[in-house]
Design a protein around this ligand. Structure first.
Ligand code: MSP
Length: 484
């Protein structure tokens, strides 16, 4: 049986999830559900990145331990994902004992390979992003990612020989073109690696809230380095159970953390003697009036509010359908309402309601010739999903929905009777059944409601073809609510 292991980034616990985080998690969920429909063995991992200076400080300010502080916050993430119907198989927390042991073991493997040495670190640190920068990388003396203040750090530190892996990384990129996805992002990584790789400082002396560095317990492991190991500890590594899941098939990440995943992480894995993930997929950002949504800009949209107002499925649908995954796109409720009323209420909702209403008025047996089948392009849809293009897949699915609506208009079943009516209903019912399967990864609740109205069981990708009609229609409510 084919397996598919997909991950989201491990989110910093202290930021409340916003629609940027929701987008990544929903996208990974859609992909996981699609591969499940395809009968593959799935492991879908998400989780939280809980160490680092900002949590240590926030806990101090609140007068509690860092562990108490992060415990409450990890639950917030779990409840948000529940509201969005996220079907994760594992939720890793980097402050858990299992993760800490795995991270320490990983460092020991790198050390055994001769890749760790002691030196002096000097550079700039952005506390909110938990990221180091060189003088050259700063923009007007501030963090090049978020624009906030950075502080100077100078201390003894242990280093990872990242530079040693330059050629192996470049070879890996050229032998595995899918590794750096999408293609439009691969050149920036390759060029930066070609221009030279500096060794990486992987310990912090001043940060207490972290994984103790196994070679010198007075220090902790740099948060990014141990957080990446979360993709392994989250599947039980170093226990043997992890071997059937690892390597990851796709790490889905935002474009600003691509470097950690496409360069540092594979080099760490090569050093530890472990296989490298098959694909790092970097997605684009959600913006508000053209600005990246972030706490520092203060333009956060709360996904829980959106789900309360529009419900989970329309929100999931909108995030996937509004912009191609690798591009940036603007979020607005106005755009969401337009898509809900047009594509969900008018296209899909009306197709189902007309089909079900017409069928409930008909008493004869339902059978016919599959006239709509030629409009269904399942291979195209599958190909798009495999290339990690859920936006393109939805476009294809909707062209089948629109073709089915056109069929209703052209056939005007309300004017037909007997075998002709039976044939039209057959086509529409089978189309609705197939649509229900194809939209289920995107809108799982809608698919369940639709199956209930058709009186069919949930199908798999194998059932996405015109067969004998075997359902038993029970008319229900309209699938979607029109929004003002
Ligand atoms: N903790 C690290 C990841 C460690 S993975 C081993 C981290 N966490 S984060 O919470 O700051 O960000 C998680 C993800 O959210 C990133 O992939 C980032 O791209 C994504 N987003 C944050 N803001 C975003 C938008 N405005 N739009 C889309 N996604 C963005 O980084």
């Amino acid at each position: 049986m084919a397996k598919f292991y997909i991950t989201t980034p491990l989110y910093y616990v202290n930021d409340k999830p916003h629609i940027g985080h929701a987008f990544a998690t929903i996208t990974a969920d859609v992909m996981a559900r699609w591969h499940r429909l395809n009968g593959e063995k799935i492991f879908f991992l998400t989780g939280t990145d809980e160490h680092g200076e900002k949590n240590q400080k926030a806990a101090e300010a609140a007068g509690i331990t860092p562990q108490q502080y992060v415990d409450g916050l990890a639950d917030v993430y779990k409840s948000v994902w529940k509201a969005m119907n996220i079907s994760y198989d594992g939720f890793v927390r980097t402050s858990s004992p299992g993760h800490e042991a795995a991270a320490a073991h990983f460092v020991e493997l790198m050390n055994k390979n001769g890749d760790i040495y002691k030196g002096e670190y000097e550079g700039w640190y952005c506390v909110p992003d938990e990221t180091f920068f060189t003088e050259l990388q700063l923009v007007n003396g501030k963090c090049p990612d978020c624009g906030r203040e950075v502080k100077k750090v100078k201390e003894e530190s242990y280093f990872f020989r990242l530079g040693k892996y330059q050629q192996r990384l470049l070879d890996h990129y050229s032998e595995n073109p899918e590794f750096l996805s999408p293609e439009l992002r691969s050149d920036e990584i390759k060029n930066r690696v070609k221009s030279g790789l500096k060794d990486l400082s992987i310990t912090r002396a001043s940060i207490k809230w972290g994984v103790p560095f196994p070679l010198d317990k007075s220090r902790t492991v740099y948060v990014w380095v141990e957080a990446l190991v979360g993709y392994l500890s989250g599947i039980g590594w170093p226990s043997k159970d992890a071997d059937v899941v690892w390597p990851a098939d796709t790490h889905l990440v935002g474009k600003e953390i691509n470097w950690f995943h496409s360069v540092i992480w594979p080099a760490m894995l090569m050093s530890a003697g472990l296989p490298v993930p098959k694909r790092i997929f970097a997605h684009g950002w959600w913006t508000i009036d053209g600005k990246k949504m972030s706490k520092s800009v203060g333009n956060i949209v709360d996904p829980v509010e959106m789900v309360k107002k529009y419900s989970a499925d329309p929100f999931r649908y909108f995030l996937i359908r509004e912009k191609p995954i690798s591009e940036d796109g603007d979020f607005s409720e106005k755009a969401m309402i337009t898509r809900i009323n047009g594509e969900l209420v008018a296209d899909l909702g009306n197709l189902v309601s007309r089909t079900v209403t017409l069928t409930s008025r008909f008493n004869g047996p339902i059978a016919g010739k599959p006239e709509l089948e030629s409009h269904l392009r399942l291979e195209k849809i599958t190909e798009k999903m495999e290339r990690f293009d859920p936006f393109g897949a939805l476009e294809e699915i909707w062209s089948f929905i629109r073709a089915s609506n056109k069929y209703v208009n052209e056939k005007s079943p309300w004017k037909l009777d007997g075998a002709e009516l039976s044939n039209a209903l057959y086509n529409l019912l089978e189309a609705c059944r197939i649509i229900s399967i194809m939209v289920s990864p995107f809108m799982p609740e809608t698919s369940e409601k639709l199956n209930a109205q058709l009186g069919v069981k949930a199908g798999t990708l194998k059932d996405c073809r015109f067969m004998e009609w075997k359902g038993n229609v029970v008319k229900g409510e309209h699938l979607f609510r029109k929004m003002e």
